[in-house]
Design a protein around this ligand. Structure first.
Ligand code: 13P
Length: 254
C-alpha cells in the first residue's frame, strides 16, 4: 500500500496576518511543483487563518489549511474557543488535535481529545491526531503503554479512521533540536501501526498515515521520511521560514 506523504507546518503562536502573507507569497508559488508528491499543510494561528485561506484559495488551493486546535462543542458560552463551523466557513480542512503543548500546558485529556476528534470528523475536517511520550516515560519503559492508551482512548467510539492522520511526536524531541533516530522513530511508528491493526484491522493499518514530529529539518527529513512506516512530518521551528520548509519538503520527496 503506498501512502502519500503528508507534511504540515505547525506555526504554534507565531506569525500574525502580515507575516503569514509574507511567508505564503513565497511558499505557495514554490509549492506548486511539490503538491503532487506530498500533501502540504499550513497551520497558522486562528487570527491569521483568514489571510492564509484567501491566499491559498487564490494561488494554490491544493495546499491544505489547518487550525491548531478546535472546540469539542458546537457553539455557545465557551470563551476563547473556536468551532468546527467557523473553521469550515474559512475553508479549513485539517485540524491538529491533542498536540503535546495542549496536553501539558492546557491539560487536555484523552477523553477531551476523543471528543474533539469526533467533532472534527463529523465536520469532515481531517484531524492530525497527536500522540507522544515524555523522556521519563520512554526511559521508564512505558512507551508502549502510554502510546497505546493515547491511541485507544483518543479513538474510542470512532469506527472509521480513513480520514484520521496520526502524528507521533516524542515530547523530548519537540523544539529541542534532539530528533529521535530514524530507527527509534521507525520502531515507534511500526508499534503505533500495530495498535491500529489490533483496533481496526490490517487494511486500515496499512492505509493510515503516521507523521513524525520533533526537530524535523532539511538535514534529516529525507532519512526520517524514508522509513517504511513514516508517512510525513509535523514541523515546528523549521517551518517558520519558507526557504527552510521548502528545503525540508524537497529533501523528503526527492
Ligand atoms: P519542532 O519541529 O520545533 O521540534 O516542533 C515540532 C512540533 O511540535 C510540531 O507540532
Amino acid at each position: 500500500m503506498s501512502r502519500k506523504l503528508i507534511i504540515a507546518a505547525n506555526w504554534k503562536m507565531n506569525k500574525g496576518p502580515a507575516e503569514t502573507e509574507a511567508f505564503l507569497e513565497k511558499f505557495l508559488a514554490a509549492a506548486a511543483d511539490l503538491t503532487d508528491q506530498a500533501d502540504l499543510i499550513i497551520a497558522p494561528n486562528n487570527l491569521s487563518i483568514p489571510t492564509a485561506s484567501a491566499l491559498i484559495n487564490d494561488v494554490n488551493p491544493s495546499v491544505g489549511l489547518a487550525a491548531q486546535t478546535v472546540s469539542e462543542n458546537d457553539n455557545g458560552a465557551f470563551t476563547g474557543e473556536t468551532s468546527t463551523d467557523m473553521l469550515k466557513e474559512l475553508f479549513v480542512n485539517y485540524v491538529i488535535i491533542g498536540h503535546s503543548e495542549r496536553r501539558s500546558i492546557y491539560g487536555e485529556t484523552n477523553a477531551q481529545i476523543n471528543a474533539k476528534l469526533k467533532k472534527a470528523l463529523a465536520a469532515d475536517i481531517t484531524p492530525l491526531f497527536c500522540i507522544g511520550e515524555t523522556l521519563a516515560e520512554r526511559e521508564g519503559g512505558q512507551l508502549e503503554t502510554v502510546l497505546g492508551s493515547q491511541i485507544k482512548e483518543g479513538l474510542e467510539g470512532i469506527s472509521d479512521i480513513s480520514n484520521v492522520v496520526i502524528a507521533y511526536e516524542p515530547v523530548w524531541a519537540i523544539g529541542t533540536g534532539v530528533t529521535a533516530t530514524a530507527e527509534q522513530a521507525q520502531d515507534t511508528h511500526k508499534f503505533c501501526r500495530s495498535v491500529i491493526e489490533d483496533l481496526y484491522g490490517a487494511d486500515a493499518a496499512a492505509a493510515v498515515r503516521i507523521q513524525y514530529g520533533g526537530s524535523v529539518k532539511g538535514a534529516n527529513s529525507a532519512e526520517l521520511l524514508g522509513q517504511p512506516d513514516i508517512d510525513g512530518a509535523l514541523v515546528g521551528g523549521a517551518a517558520l521560514e519558507a526557504d527552510s520548509f521548502l528545503e525540508l519538503i524537497r529533501n523528503a520527496v526527492a
